[in-house]
Design a protein. Sequence first.
Length: 120
Amino acid sequence: MKKLFILFFIISILFLPILKISADSISDCPPNTLCNPLGSSNNTIADILKTILDWITTKIGPPLAVLMIVVGGFQMVFASGDPERFRRGKQTIVYTVIGYGIIFLAWGVVSLIQNILGSS
């Protein structure tokens, strides 16, 4: 199992350059000026939190959740009759679903606070 996690770690390191944030989004910034790297619509802390949570819930969360559910499934399939290893695979899947639910709850709390404070 340790080899499997090392393999996933190496693959994630190899694909890390794909996730880089492009500087094209701030290309409209004039030379020798300091522009907002998060975009012109992120002027308040609530907007920044909303942008970060939107990015997590749409770009990072789903692939990571699917990956961890697959890992949990592999743990259950390769348990080979060992109830402890099967239980660990089941826990991996349950904790993944709980963690993803917490991410969505955080997104909902930020949206609620924005609506209460009148931010759009």
